[in-house]
Unconditional design. Structure first.
Length: 220
């Protein structure tokens, strides 16, 4: 069973025997799209999947484990989207880094249910190693980008790339959460979220000597 189309991007096609795990994940996505994390229940996911309330326990011990599976899928797609945008730093690290920021916002806008599962369900990722590994792969794209950008500076003046990646992640996530939401809580802007993020990242990188100066030109 898959969900696509209307209703937050998900439309029921029907459950096929032997694929209950996927049916439940898709049902959870529909619930997240329509009602948000607060409207999600294990029983409702089972109902949408067209199975009894006890059937989900064949694959998931509880609602949290089901949500963790949805979040894991989200991070896998998120990592792929960021990695494609980064493109190993081509055509140059600064422009590739800007592309990563646009991809971040695009994912939040395009996949609101997955984004909610990843960031709004309060799941303890440490309890789900596969979820943690998927999240780490997504963050690794930002870390690699920060490494490449910092490398244009003399070693003694390079900022910690982990700190850079965390700062950019925080800025991107804040803008995505405030201004890219599909529901009525989205804040209005006199500019596009992409323009806001690009300006914020540029100011941040300039403060580190990584954009608009001699160091940036040296890395071109």
């Amino acid at each position: 069973m898959t969900w696509s189309g209307r209703g937050g991007g998900y439309e029921r096609r029907g459950y096929h025997h032997g694929n209950l795990r996927e049916a439940l994940i898709d049902a959870a996505l529909r619930l997240l799209a329509e009602k948000g994390p607060g409207g999600f229940t294990f029983a409702e996911a089972a109902r949408l999947a067209g199975v009894s309330s006890g059937a989900p326990y064949r694959h998931f011990r509880d609602a949290e484990e089901l949500l963790a599976a949805v979040a894991e899928r989200g991070y896998e797609r998120f990592a792929a989207a960021l990695g494609e945008a980064w493109n190993e730093g081509r055509p140059d690290p600064l422009r590739a880094f800007e592309a990563v920021g646009r991809a971040y916002l695009a994912f939040a806008r395009r996949e609101p249910a997955l984004y909610a599962a990843m960031f709004e369900t309060h799941i303890d990722a440490d309890a789900f190693p596969a979820l943690q590994a998927a999240a780490d792969r997504a963050f690794a794209v930002l870390r690699d980008a920060a490494d490449r950008l910092a490398a244009v500076l003399p070693k003694a003046k390079r900022p910690p790339s982990l700190m850079m990646a965390l700062h950019i992640w925080s800025l991107s996530h804040g803008i995505a959460s405030l201004f890219c939401r599909a529901d009525g809580s989205r804040r209005k802007l006199p500019m596009s979220p992409e323009d806001l993020l690009e300006a914020g990242v540029l100011i941040y990188l300039q403060s580190l000597g990584l954009a608009g100066g001699a160091a940036a030109k040296k890395g071109e």
